[in-house]
Design a protein around this ligand. Structure first.
Ligand SMILES: C[S@@+](CC[C@H](N)C(=O)[O-])C[C@H]1O[C@@H](n2cnc3c(N)ncnc32)[C@H](O)[C@@H]1O
Length: 201
């Protein structure tokens, strides 16, 4: 219990420091939503009116794009600073709420979501905290909810990423689709992304 508290504190402090660094502009940061989100309407898994939770939303680009396209979005991040930035970037956007929350802590959510998206958050969460993440994911979803997870292949192969996510989620979620795509800013960040589409059993 205390150990997890300490782990969460370390994660929170690390991201808060990064986001508070003046002109923090890591290579993975993109000014457009990820390609798999942009094609989600054509693919049929994004539909206006759905409720969406974005985990680790950063500056809020994807969350705002989804709200602008008619979805009801709650976007959370562990850094209070980046949540303030996101709120400033996208003020008064109907259907969009930003909230500071740690997805590895017990978080009470008033609703369950049709779609849950994580682009690049889980890959940074230490193994000891991933079970808390998984439990929250189960609490925030229902049978049929879709969970779309993106992880880069900088330090792991596609097969290693697949094994990593299957061991975590296969008991509660069925893997229905996998994709490999370059990031939107491939000229700066040239690692492929593995994208896993799960549906809650
Ligand atoms: C690699 S960044 C990706 C940001 C954004 N999704 C994007 O694609 O630009 C990971 C994000 O997850 C957030 N994060 C890390 N651990 C978290 C946690 N336990 N709960 C909520 N957010 C977390 C970080 O603050 C950071 O904004």
């Amino acid at each position: 219990m205390m150990l997890n508290h300490f782990r969460r504190w370390r994660v929170q402090r690390s991201w808060e420091r990064k986001w508070r660094t003046p002109n923090y502009r890591p290579d993975w940061l993109a000014d457009t939503p990820r390609p798999f989100v942009l094609t989600g309407f054509d693919a049929g898994w994004l539909v206006p009116g759905q409720t969406v939770l974005e985990i680790g939303c950063g500056l809020g680009t994807t969350a705002a794009w989804l709200a602008q396209h008619g979805l009801e979005v709650l976007a959370v991040d562990i850094s209070s600073h980046v949540i303030e930035q996101a709120q400033k970037n996208f003020p008064n956007q109907p259907g969009l709420e930003f909230r500071c929350a740690d997805v590895c802590a017990p978080v009470t959510c008033p609703t369950v979501f049709d779609v849950i998206i994580d682009t690049g958050c889980l890959q940074h969460i230490p193994p000891g905290l991933r079970d808390c993440y998984r439990k929250n994911l189960l609490a925030w979803s229902r049978t049929g909810s879709r969970f779309v997870l993106t992880m880069h292949q900088r330090d792991r192969t596609a097969a290693e990423r697949l094994a990593e996510v299957q061991s975590l989620f296969s008991a509660g979620f069925e893997l229905v689709h996998t994709q490999e795509m370059p990031p939107p800013n491939a000229e700066k960040f040239n690692h492929l992304n593995s994208i896993f589409h799960f549906v809650r059993r």
